[in-house]
Ligand binder design. Structure first.
Ligand SMILES: [Zn+2]
Length: 292
């Protein structure tokens, strides 16, 4: 009798599991096996990962030792989306974010403690969804999106570090997240929305806590050498951070509409202090999480 009950329970259980996981298998053809293998290899060392859709290929630079953690740096905007401008149109956000992302990568590669990739290494236009998808596909451990601000008030100056949270920390943070939401392109893969559905609430809480911890880490390194906003760490529900599904922050590196910030951000020399703070914080953050 008991055996029959056990058998019945087993059959019902198997049916339930099949029901839950069936859509995954149905979605499988959109993600060929070859790509899965590439992503697996990408975890081992430096190589180029071919990505589907209009994302292009992402180069992952090697660390000195194999299997080191991987940071994905995301230069904001690109292509027809230039972002903010400054100094009478001489400064364009998309160019400066790319320059700065490359500088952070250069420092990380020099030191060889972590592996590094950029969401774009040219003037490509990527949707926010595509940026987040790259983080998931290459198995990034940390995500850093670089932006530069603009404000009607030319006195607005300094760096803001935005972490991920459900509730915005200020009206300004809420506005920024809302502006971001208006820029979200089409969600390209149905496979990915399923992944998000499977992501538990607990994982999201952990992602948010790690995002805040990383923002504070950058702040500790930037304080004293970089001009900061009065409340330098803010938070809001940023689509790109949430969907990346790894801890990450959005860095607003300064105001292109402020004379001092614009001059600081225009040249590599001026950007160097923030670049150093970011690179050091990235290494420290990945080292602690790897040690756990
Ligand atoms: Zn921006």
């Amino acid at each position: 009798m008991t055996r029959r009950l056990l058998l019945a329970a087993f059959i019902v259980g198997a049916a339930v599991l099949a029901f839950i996981f069936w859509p995954r298998f149905e979605g499988a053809p959109s993600r060929p096996l070859a790509e899965e293998a590439l992503v697996g290899e990408a975890r081992q060392g430096g190589l180029t990962v071919a990505l589907p859709e209009a994302v292009g290929n992402v180069e992952i630079s090697d660390a000195r030792l194999p299997g080191q953690p991987l940071v994905l740096i995301d230069p904001g905007h690109g292509g027809v989306d230039g972002g903010a401008t400054g100094l009478g149109g001489r400064l364009v956000e998309k160019r400066l974010t790319l320059a700065m992302a490359r500088e952070v990568r250069e420092r990380l590669v020099e030191r060889g403690r972590v592996r590094t990739a950029l969401t774009r290494d040219g003037d490509d236009r990527l949707t926010l969804e595509q940026r987040a998808a790259i983080a998931r596909r290459i198995g990034a451990d940390l995500f850093v999106s670089i932006h530069m601000d603009s404000a009607p008030n030319p006195e607005a100056v300094g760096v803001t570090l935005y972490a991920l949270s459900d509730v915005a920390s200020s009206e300004e943070a809420a506005d920024l997240a809302a502006a971001e939401a208006r820029r979200i392109g089409p969600v390209v893969s149905t496979d990915d929305s399923l992944v998000e559905a499977l992501l538990t609430d607990l994982a999201l809480r952990e992602q948010m806590e790690a995002s805040h911890a990383f923002a504070r880490r950058v702040l500790r390194r930037a304080r004293g050498s970089v001009p900061l906003r009065p409340t330098p760490v803010q938070s809001a529900n940023f689509h790109v951070l949430r969907r990346a599904q790894v801890p990450g922050i959005l860095v607003e590196a300064g105001y292109l509409t402020n004379q001092a910030d614009a001059e600081r951000l225009a040249e590599a020399e001026g950007r160097a202090t923030l670049v150093r703070a970011l690179a050091d914080a990235i290494e420290a953050d990945l080292a602690t999480r790897q040690a756990r």
